[in-house]
Every structure is written in C-alpha cells, then in structure tokens.
Design a protein around this ligand. Structure first.
Ligand SMILES: *Cc1c(COP(=O)(O)O)cnc(C)c1O
Length: 353
C-alpha cells in the first residue's frame, strides 16, 4: 500500500497558515508580559488564570509520553475525544465530496460530526457477532473514502474487535483508519498505540473520560504519525485545552496507581454484575464486555428501562438501535450503585411474576 498523506489532506488545510498566538511567538521567560492583551491585574480566582494556557500542553505530553511509551510529537490533545473526531473530519474530509465509513452499532459522535461537517456516511453494520464485516467494508471504499472509524472495545456492544481484522484494514486502506480506544484500559487487548511505526495511516484515540474518571475536565488524546499530529495542531483552536484542565490532569497523571486500582475494581464488578444479570429469568443475553459497561438483552427492555427510571436509576436504552433490539447498556457503577440496580431488578421481577 502506498500511503500519501498530502493527497488526503483537504487543499484548504494543506495551504492553511495557522494562527500564530502570542505564546507561539514568545514562549520563554520574561519579567513583563504585555503581548497577549491579558489582564495583568489578576482575576477573582488564582492569579495564573489571567494568563492564556500553554497552547501545546508541553507538560502533559511529557508525562503522557513516559506513561504511553511514545514521543510527545506523536501526541495530540483535544477538548475531549469529541474534538479530535471533529478535527479529523475538518482536516481530511471535503464537505459534499468525501465520505467515511462507520460500523454500527457504534459511538454516535462519528455520525453527528460527519453530519455537522457535511461529509457522507457509509454504514457497514457489524456482523451478528459484533465483529467487522471486512468484505462489505472493502466494497464500500471508493476514491473519496477518507476515514474508517473503528471503535474497539466497541460502544455500545462492549466487545473488542478482532485485531487481525483491524490490521487487515490498516494494511489495505489508503485513507486514515481511526481506532477509538476509549475503553482500552478495561480490556485485556493490547493498544494500537505501539503500532504507529508500522502504520502511517493509523490514528488511535483515547480519553481521560472513562478509566481516568475525568469526564468533567474534557481531555481526549490522539496518537498518530508526527505528520498527522502536525495537521491536527494546525487546525485546532490555539488554546483548546484550558488552564485548569491542564493543571488538574497534570496532577492526576501522578496517580496512575489509583487509576489502575479503580480499573481492576471496575472490571471485577463488571464480571460480578454480568453473572447476576445472567441468572435473571428474562435476560436473554449478557454480552461479553471489555469495557466499563454491559450490554444486556432482556424481555421488554423499554419497560424495564422505564421501571428503573421510576426508581431513580438511569440506564441507556439501546433497544431501538440496529442489532441491539431489547438491549440496555448498563454502566458499571459503584458497589452501592450496582446493589441498588440489582435490588430494583428484584422489585421488577416481583411485580411481574
Ligand atoms: C465515551 C467515549 C468517548 C469519550 O469522548 P470524550 O469526548 O473524550 O469524553 C470516545 N469514544 C467513545 C467510543 C466513547 O464511548
């Protein structure tokens, strides 16, 4: 396969001269900063919030680089993975002309972001075993196909996609393959981050929203070749990661041990919760999960959903989603959350005995 990145980039992006911020033009130490029209008197909060944040998030990337075993030049940070998703569309897909492939049922933002950017979607549903349909993906590709979105472990099905299938696509597709690993920390599968050297067309997405427990801070990661990272950096808003997020994530990165403890606990609770649901009379299937949630097929899913809601417990009703009929997606909660869910399910069975 010949991979030609320059040919994939939108012409307007290829030619784009990026905004040069005050912090780009001067980033060293000075006594007096009068270059960015900030308020030098301070702010009602800590005084450093009066200054623009580091547009390149150097400190975070340095720590991440050590944790992930990859150089900072291969790391892009976005305002959530959702910003990374949008930037990939804006960098590579010509509105009204190009198309991308998604494999439903999968994460909803690939489709929403395509629609926002006026990019055509080609849907190649997963097979009945929730694995990739390689033949139909191959048939869906044409010369205007720029991106293929692969979510593994997949949301909402919870399973990991076969590594060999992803590798087959990476090897044969001349566009960019995005592997969204939002749930990789809950999986026994190996990340694709270490495969960037082998595949110049690979973009791996990860996030601080799930295993790291920092959904409120909005920080997503993209890992790719230095060339692809350079494109994303050119297109992003200069100060896309705010100062408080940068400070707090920097602190959180020192607590990898606690994060790993939480991951282990969540995985244990996932398996325990799966066993309980498997033993329930109207549960047709609890799908194997490599994530922090379970997909459960249950009789009268919508009714169960509404009953639990009346008890103050919110699940995700996926029963109208293709290949997910009568399915509910259940996030693994705290010990107490899970107990309340199980108790409420017992109430459901008592009422419907
Ligand atoms: C939750 C989730 C994300 C995270 O998005 P953020 O914008 O980083 O919060 C990304 N991809 C998938 C598949 C998800 O389920």
């Amino acid at each position: 396969m010949t991979f030609n990145l320059a040919k994939l980039i939108r012409p307007n992006i290829q030619e784009l001269k990026p905004y040069s911020s005050a912090r780009d033009e001067f980033s060293g130490d000075a006594k007096v900063f009068l270059d960015a029209n900030e308020n030098s008197l301070g702010s009602p909060l800590h005084k450093w919030y009066n200054r623009y944040p580091d547009p390149h998030q150097v400190a975070i990337k340095q720590k991440l680089s050590a944790i992930k075993g990859i150089a900072p030049e291969h790391i892009f940070l976005g305002n959530g993975s959702d910003e990374c998703i949008d930037l990939l569309y804006r960098s590579f897909c010509n509105p009204g002309k190009d198309n991308v492939i998604i494999c439903p049922p999968t994460y909803g933002m690939y489709e929403v972001s395509a629609n926002v950017n006026d990019v055509a979607l080609r849907k190649v549903p997963l097979l009945r075993n929730y694995q990739l349909n390689l033949l139909d993906i191959e048939a869906a590709i044409d010369e205007n196909t720029k991106l293929i979105w692969i979510c593994s472990p997949n949301n909402p099905t919870g399973n990991s996609l076969h590594r060999i299938d992803i590798e087959t696509i990476l090897t044969n597709f001349k566009g960019i393959v995005v592997v969204d690993e939002a749930y990789i920390n809950f999986s026994k599968q190996k990340s694709f981050v270490q495969e960037l050297v082998e595949y110049p067309n690979l973009v791996v997405l990860q996030t601080f929203s799930k295993a790291w427990g920092l959904a409120g801070l909005r920080l997503g990661m993209a890992f790719a070749s230095t060339e692809i990272i350079a494109v994303l950096n050119k297109v992003k808003p200069p100060y896309n990661i705010n100062q408080s997020t940068q400070e707090l994530v920097l602190k959180a990165l020192d607590d990898l041990g606690q994060v790993n403890d939480m991951i282990r606990l969540l995985v244990d609770m996932r398996e325990a919760l799966a066993e309980v649901f498997r033993s329930m009379p109207t549960v047709a299937e609890v799908y194997p999960s490599d994530a922090n949630f379970l997909l459960v097929k249950i009789d009268n899913a919508r009714k169960v959903y509404e009953f639990l809601l009346s008890k103050g417990i919110v699940l995700r009703d996926r029963s109208n989603v293709q290949l997910c009929d009568n399915c509910l997606r259940i996030t693994v909660g705290s010990e107490q959350d899970n107990t309340m869910l199980i108790d409420a399910m017992q109430d459901w069975y008592q009422l419907n005995a």
